[in-house]
Design a protein around this ligand. Structure first.
Ligand SMILES: *[C@@H]1O[C@H](CO)[C@@H](O)[C@H](O)[C@H]1NC(C)=O
Ligand SMILES: *[C@@H]1O[C@H](CO)[C@@H](O)[C@H](O)[C@H]1NC(C)=O
Ligand SMILES: *[C@@H]1O[C@H](CO)[C@@H](O)[C@H](O)[C@H]1NC(C)=O
Length: 173
């Protein structure tokens, strides 16, 4: 309550004290009426003041709630950003991992295929060598055999001539 209202109340009290002694004078009756009127106005004013205080309190609460809401929004936004960032990093790591695996599998496969190919080639080479060796040996064996056979024929021919000679000598006896 401000100073004006306090002064007014004091004045009213003084008038009331005077009228307590002489209640029925017209001045006092008028004052009494005015006093009641003033009291009512003051009560209304106090009621209004309280209402205003309530409104101010409510407003502060609403502002506080709004601020908290805003803080919450900011927090959620930053969390979402952090999650997005994490997701991105995870995606990158996963892709990196898959690339690594693909590379490793590919290189292992390539090495195996190369090994297999070189083994196959070696095998083919060995087969070819074996076959050609066999052919060479066979040829040598054949010519050796041919030689042996003709030597034998020579010997047989010689034997035949000798035998014919012996036979003719024996017949002349
Ligand atoms: C992929 O390989 C590279 C090097 O070979 C390595 O530094 C990286 O950590 C690997 N990434 C994953 C996710 O395994
Ligand atoms: C595997 O490696 C070979 C060469 O070593 C390359 O030509 C081929 O594109 C690779 N494949 C993949 C799926 O990376
Ligand atoms: C060639 O002859 C030798 C013995 O003289 C024999 O051991 C070898 O098996 C023969 N090779 C073939 C291809 O017939």
């Amino acid at each position: 309550m401000n100073l004006n209202k306090k002064g007014l109340l004091l004045l009213l009290n003084v008038i009331l004290a005077a009228c307590a002694r002489e209640p029925l004078s017209p001045t006092c009756m008028l004052y009494e009426y005015e006093e009641r009127l003033l009291e009512r106005v003051l009560r209304n004013e106090i009621g209004l003041e309280n209402t205003l205080k309530d409104i101010v309190k409510t407003h502060a609460k609403v502002e506080d709630a709004l601020q908290r809401l805003e803080d919450g929004k900011v927090l959620i936004k930053s969390m979402v950003e952090a999650m997005k960032e994490k997701q991105y990093t995870m995606d990158l790591t996963l892709r990196d991992f898959m690339e690594n695996i693909t590379r490793i599998v590919n290189s292992t496969l390539t090495t195996s295929v190369n090994n297999l190919e070189s083994k196959h080639e070696a095998l083919a080479l060995k087969s070819i060598t074996l076959v050609s060796d066999a052919i060479v040996e066979l040829t040598e064996n054949v010519s050796a055999t041919v030689k042996t056979v003709s030597n034998l024929q020579e010997k047989l021919k010689g034997g035949y001539i000798l035998n014919s000679y012996i036979a003719s000598v024996l017949m002349t006896w």
